[in-house]
Ligand binder design. Structure first.
Ligand SMILES: [Fe+2]
Length: 505
């Protein structure tokens, strides 16, 4: 098990060298499929921070629904220099929005996270950071600043709202105003690693938030810092582990007793980085590794189970029965991010199709070397799996997925793991859906009883956005309420719901 993947097929990686070229004017490329598109609907750049009081609502918002739906995504602040114009879609600056829902009314606000990167570029009126997670390509003036974009996910814990990018510490935001409070939040200095996941988990029994960061001792380090934070924000446990090889660890799993890591062949590639490319390349010669360690320990007990070179990104749910762990993720047979270079073969759209996979490993079985694999719903494809967030770490029944139908249309899937059945909300061919988030019908509602909330983009209206709310008891009936936005909101990777009774400010 090596450390950093340094394999480099010269022909594949050779396109990134050359001297930086400055752009004189403020202009995004016409072809916005790469960085300029920011990964958003219709490959658009938004850049506009907006407020809209009392949005137009069609249908009936539940009068007792009281909370905030947050979302975040990459929205390029400035075009890259010509040399890096082909940067990947994930490298735009984090643009957050919130929909405040209360008494049947909806107010909207969007703001960029004022990261260290955003502030430096704002002052310079140009892009200063080069390729995705590649400090070798930065303008010398930003040396020492955090490269974090805060563009991936929102999370709320100990009364604080965080915007996160997995290459840097979280950025604290005011949950009511979306003003940036702290551009480098370190849990009182106890975040010993340099990085922080976009997908922490909250233990519903203890209230602890469990989190980790990979490449935690610097670029391409094989060190992972894992820790938990109590209800007050105090770090109450931490450990360091090492991974079999360095690659993307976008999400992780947590049970009541264990922490689970998945290392997949989207490997950190120093050859690529030194040539000015993005951070990762797909190395199909590598296996995947599923690591299991105990919470509360020092990390020396971690045990790695081997598997095929799948690419899995998001956890649907994880739990343990004694020392046997169950971990549901969405994943494909190969690279799901075609904008990262392939080292040895062409990217395969067929192999990239995501399924809901169940991985198992039994710590009591000393002879088990490979983790178990089950495709839970062979006929359903998709990505960005979610669950009722109140069921992190414990056995769960309902999972959710941004799915696609046979025609390529998007839909939201809801799985009943007990009956192994799936139900869908399909908006029709002229609408594309972003990832949804589950909203409990009320405090204490049964698991899965509530609403799915998320943004729909109307293709025939140049991507105009609606926020839709679907009742999980009646997915087929379509939205019970539609918040009709008069424009196209910024792009999104993830969203997060915070009920009003959790807000303390
Ligand atoms: Fe994610």
């Amino acid at each position: 098990m090596g450390a950093v993947a340094t394999a480099g097929a010269g022909a594949v990686l050779g396109g990134f060298a050359g001297a930086p070229q400055a752009r004189a004017e403020m202009e995004f490329p016409l072809d916005r499929g790469d960085f300029g598109g920011g990964g958003s609907e219709m490959e658009s750049v938004c850049r506009s921070e907006n407020d809209l009081y009392d949005c137009e609502v069609e249908g009936d918002l539940p009068p007792d629904l009281d909370g905030m739906f947050f979302r975040v995504g990459p929205d390029p602040q400035y075009p890259k220099p010509l040399q890096y114009m082909h940067d990947i879609p994930f490298d735009g600056e984090g643009h957050l929005s919130l929909f405040r829902i209360q008494n049947g009314h909806v107010d909207f606000r969007s703001r960029y996270a004022r990261t260290q990167r955003w502030k430096a570029q704002h002052a310079a009126r140009r892009s200063l950071f080069g390729m995705y997670r590649n400090p070798f390509t930065d303008d010398p003036s930003v040396k020492g600043l955090s490269r974090g974009t805060a563009n991936t996910q929102i999370y709320f814990h100990h009364g604080k709202l965080f915007a996160m990018k997995e290459d840097s510490p979280p950025v604290e935001m005011n949950p009511l105003t979306l003003e940036t409070v702290n551009d480098y939040y370190t849990f009182g200095g106890d975040l010993k690693g340099q990085t922080f996941t976009a997908h922490p988990k909250t233990d519903p029994v203890t209230g602890e938030m469990v989190a980790f960061g990979y490449e935690a001792k610097g670029l391409a380090s094989n060190d992972v810092f894992v820790f938990s934070v109590d209800r007050t924000g105090k770090v109450n446990w931490s450990a360091w582990i090492k991974v079999p090889y360095v690659g993307m660890i976008h999400d992780f799993g947590v049970t009541q007793k264990h922490v689970l890591f998945y290392v997949c062949p989207l490997a950190t590639n120093m050859t690529l980085l030194r040539r000015g490319g993005p951070h990762f390349a797909w190395d199909s010669t590598l296996p995947s590794w599923l690591g299991v360690m105990h919470r509360g320990g020092d990390g020396t007990d971690i045990r790695w189970f081997e598997g095929p070179g799948y690419m899995c990104t998001h956890t649907m749910g994880a739990w343990a029965d004694g020392e046997k762990i169950y971990w549901d993720m969405d994943g494909g047979d190969s690279n799901q991010f075609p904008f990262f270079p392939q080292l040895y073969e062409k990217w395969s759209p067929v192999k990239s199709v995501g399924r809901v996979m169940r991985f198992t490993a039994d710590l009591n079985n000393r002879r088990q070397k490979f983790y178990g694999i089950e495709n839970l719903y062979p006929g359903v494809s998709g990505a960005l799996s979610r669950q009722d967030d109140r069921y992190h770490t414990v056995p769960y029944r309902y999972g959710f997925l941004l799915s696609s139908d046979r025609t390529g249309g998007s839909r939201w899937a809801m799985f009943d793991q007990q009956t192994r059945t799936a139900r869908f909300y399909s908006p029709g061919p002229d609408t594309s859906l972003a990832e949804m988030c589950f909203v409990p019908r009320k405090t204490g509602a049964p698991e899965g009883d509530g609403y799915l909330i998320g943004v729909a983009s109307r293709r025939k209206e140049y991507g105009r956005s609606d926020l839709i709310l679907v009742d999980t008891q009646h997915l087929d009936d379509g939205p019970i309420a539609t918040v009709k936005m008069p424009y196209r909101v910024h792009g999104q990777i993830h969203g997060f719901w915070v009920p009003a009774d959790q807000l303390t400010t």
